[in-house]
Design a protein around this ligand. Structure first.
Ligand code: TRP
Length: 338
């Protein structure tokens, strides 16, 4: 795989030559882990002139039965999170699976290009299956990397910003693009994965930040909830505050959070608190998170008060995505028929 910095340089030199496809499952509010892990990066790349397709992956939620109940609420909430974080809907296409039939139709030829053994080997699917704690694995869960290939290839995206855990999926997408082109002629780009440079933020309990673990600070959380979550964060008994992720993960994660919010070096933040102990650290972190999130929360509150606007953003995105998907499906049909 191409080194991240080399790819970043190509993107910086010619942003107009890249189209990004990225997305999230609408399973609940986005949190600071999402913000610093991927959202900030999307906004940065969009401002640099890269075209953005952002998928609200509502069919991927079908793999996870519990939350399907509040789906439309989550879809609108996710859209509000995107816009509040700075994604510009006039330049980005924000759309959902369920509104783009031609995207979903690509799944059928794509399924013919991968073997069951290849899907069985996919470590991300293995993890997802283990995490889902479901008694049996649905065919959709098993094949969702192929669906994800359709997500990426329907709009011929050539750049996919991902976390490390998504790299095996990305390989399946690249394999499918290559095999399709070899068998039927050149239709698809072979997309590059762009790994995030951001260090990963843990939840307040020291585990991976995730809404289901109750350790995540949502972009939509209020100042009091934020304070409560940070007050409960794991620390250690050493009053001296340092940034040492390996040996002092709890303290360092809090330092990192403040550093990301203030856009400063974590060592400088730690030095500032010095021997102040965990209480001083937590106060500083709470203040910086609340300060950082203030404008995002204000924008989000305005957006959620205007559901008609959110629905219109989605409807326009769906329409653009449909036009692109139908064009690609036509090319696929033509290539397969000749
Ligand atoms: N699987 C991603 C997640 O769980 C969401 C997603 C769906 C996605 N389709 C995608 C991400 C295509 C990148 C590209 O968050």
């Amino acid at each position: 795989m191409e080194e991240r910095t080399a790819l970043e340089e190509r993107v910086a030199a010619e942003p107009g030559a890249f189209r990004i496809l990225t997305g999230d499952r609408p399973t609940g509010p986005l949190h600071l882990g999402h913000y610093f892990g991927t959202l900030a990066n999307r906004v940065r790349l969009q401002r640099a002139g890269v075209e953005l397709f952002v998928l609200v992956a509502d069919y991927q939620v079908l793999t996870d039965r519990d939350i399907a109940d509040h789906l439309s609420e989550h879809v609108e909430g996710l859209t509000a999170d995107y816009l509040a974080a700075g994604i510009d809907p006039s330049a980005a296409t924000i759309f959902r699976h369920s509104a783009v039939p031609a995207l979903n139709q690509l799944m059928l030829p794509f399924l013919s290009l991968v073997s069951v053994a290849e899907l069985q080997r996919n470590p991300t699917v293995k993890d997802e299956i283990a995490a889902s704690r479901q008694a049996s694995v649905s065919g959709l869960m098993f094949t969702y990397p192929v669906h994800q290939a359709a997500d990426i290839l329907f709009c011929k995206a050539n750049l996919v910003p991902v976390g490390r855990d998504q790299l095996p999926h990305q390989e399946i997408t690249r394999t499918i693009a290559r095999r399709f082109n070899e068998r039927y002629g050149p239709v698809f780009p072979v997309p590059d994965a762009l790994l995030s440079a951001a260090p990963s933020l843990l939840g307040t309990d020291g585990q991976k930040m995730s809404k289901s673990r109750g350790n995540a600070i949502a972009l939509s959380a209020g100042p009091d909830e934020t304070a409560r979550l940070i007050r409960g964060a794991v620390t250690d008994g050493d009053r001296h505050i340092a940034y040492a992720p390996e040996t002092r993960p709890g303290i360092s994660n809090l330092v990192l959070l403040a550093a990301l919010c203030q856009d400063r070096d974590p060592h400088a933040i730690a030095a500032e608190i010095g021997d102040g102990g965990a209480a001083a650290l937590k106060k500083a972190v709470t203040d910086s998170v609340n300060e950082f999130l203030r404008p995002i929360r204000a924008r989000r509150a305005e957006l959620t008060a205007d559901r008609t606007y959110l629905r219109r953003v989605l409807a326009e995105g769906d329409e653009r995505a449909n036009a692109v998907a139908e064009r690609t499906l036509d090319e696929v049909r033509t290539a397969m028929a000749s």
